[in-house]
Design a protein around this ligand. Structure first.
Ligand code: RFL
Ligand code: PHB
Length: 392
């Protein structure tokens, strides 16, 4: 097989890149190691920046998102048993965010691609990328029980945090910067209408909790738990009790409970791989960088990477100029580090340190109070949360 752009990974980054390339007449092949069912069910992100929504609209993949997505005008911060609204449009000159699950984006993009898009192979696992620094890189992969090759002009590794694309960078050609956090998130999906209109980020006495949602009838909630926690060690009642305690305020508010339909633990990590390109191999999304979910930036960063890449390939196709592609890593990394900083700050501000450091807790409360007392501090949070502009 041969193609112009070989895409490894059929998560949001790979699927959206394929869609954007298809629209500009650049041919590509996407290989995804999992089954379609698995890729469509994997529970992850929910909060989309405006730029992410725009990218999906740009390639006509936003029909269901526009019909079913929930537009949010802010978030709520809870601490010291009080609630504080952060008003995004007022603080950012009109910006909002949209709640629409990553699972639904993936379903929409898979359906489009199978209907009229370039080839998308499921259960096709890339095992190596050969000659990434040549004009003709090759992806070796296993599909339908046998090893095959895909010859490409370019390869894009959209294969997530455990992929193989990063390994094709030779020793010394890249550097990774990583930070592990001393806590994890226990996430649940529950068949119960959300107990809030906007997302609640809470610093309770027992630690962090987040109330998000998937639809008017499905809630998504997260609890800070110690590293090493096993989800099944937390019976549903214990989860609801702990969530209720962390969200508790002085005043009228109740956390509605309902049947828990999924439960899982996620570790928290920051990771940046620099540069994001080696020869004709590009990395995009979680393959190149991971952020803790507190800032809701992972999916949004993946989308901005592939927007830059798609523009670069379109320019190359139209004019023969590789100028934009050559600036890919530099253009993305600036935004990546800003999101890394923001996610790190949000995480550190809202989670309890496992050693119970009281000084640290006081500093966290002072940061939170500053945000709720100063328009300037709140505007800084709102600008980062709703998404910094993508400069191209
Ligand atoms: P993905 O989604 O991991 O997709 C990579 C795909 O590559 C496949 N793959 C391979 N295919 C072929 N050959 C190989 N050798 C392969 N190796 C791997 C995998 O099967 C997979 O299908 O990466 P991508 O596309 O870069 O997308 C990134 C996002 O998934 C991720 O950043 C977000 O989910 C992060 N995230 C959030 N991001 C947001 O912007 N807003 C949020 O609200 C948000 N909430 C979250 C999150 C992530 C979470 N977890 C579970 C880490 C909440 C949570 C709990
Ligand atoms: C989610 O809805 O899954 C979600 C929302 C905001 C975050 C993290 C996760 O910061």
């Amino acid at each position: 097989m041969r193609t112009t752009v070989g895409i490894i990974g059929g998560g949001p980054a790979g699927l959206l890149l394929a869609r954007l390339l298809h629209r500009t007449g650049v041919d590509c092949v996407v290989m995804e190691s999992r089954t379609r069912e698995y890729a469509e069910q994997r529970q992850r992100a929910g909060m989309l920046e405006q730029g992410t929504v725009d990218a999906l609209r740009e390639c006509d993949a936003a029909g269901r998102l526009d019909a079913e997505g929930l537009i949010h005008h802010g978030i709520e911060l809870r601490f010291d048993r009080e609630r504080h609204h952060i008003d995004f449009p007022a603080l950012t000159g009109g910006r909002t965010v949209t709640i629409y699950a990553q699972t639904e984006i993936v379903k929409d993009l898979i359906a489009f691609q199978l209907a009229d898009g370039p080839p998308l192979l499921f259960e096709a696992e890339a095992i190596a990328i050969e000659k990434p620094d040549s004009d003709a890189p090759v992806v070796r992969f296993v599909h339908e029980g046998r090893e095959q090759t895909l010859s490409c002009d370019y390869v894009v590794g959209c294969d997530g945090s455990h992929g193989i694309a990063r390994d094709a960078f030779p020793d010394g050609a890249s550097h990774t910067y990583a930070h592990d956090y001393p806590y994890s998130w226990l996430g649940i999906l529950a068949d119960v209408p959300p107990s809030c209109e906007e997302l609640i980020y809470a610093r309770g006495d027992g630690g962090f909790a987040l109330h998000s949602m998937r639809s008017p009838s499905v809630s998504r909630l997260y609890l800070q738990v110690p590293n090493g926690t096993v989800a099944d060690d937390w019976p549903d009642e214990r989860i609801w009790d702990e969530l209720a305690a962390r969200f508790a305020i002085d005043g009228d508010w109740r956390l509605e409970r309902g049947p828990v339909t999924s439960k899982s633990v996620t570790t928290m990590r920051s990771y940046v791989h620099e540069p994001m390109r080696y020869g004709r191999l590009f990395l995009a999304g979680d393959a190149a960088h991971i952020v803790p979910p507190t800032g809701a930036k992972g999916l949004n960063l993946a989308v901005s990477d592939v927007r830059v890449l798609a523009r670069g390939f379109a320019a190359l196709h139209r004019t023969g100029s590789a100028q934009l592609l050559d600036r890919y890593s530099e253009l993305c990394l600036d935004r990546v580090w800003q999101a890394t900083r923001f996610s790190y700050d949000m995480t550190r501000m809202l989670h309890a340190q496992p050693d119970g450091d009281v000084f640290d807790h006081r500093v966290q409360l002072a940061r939170l109070r500053r945000i709720t007392a100063s328009r300037h501090a709140a505007a800084e949070l709102a600008a980062n949360y709703t998404g910094l502009p993508l400069s191209l």
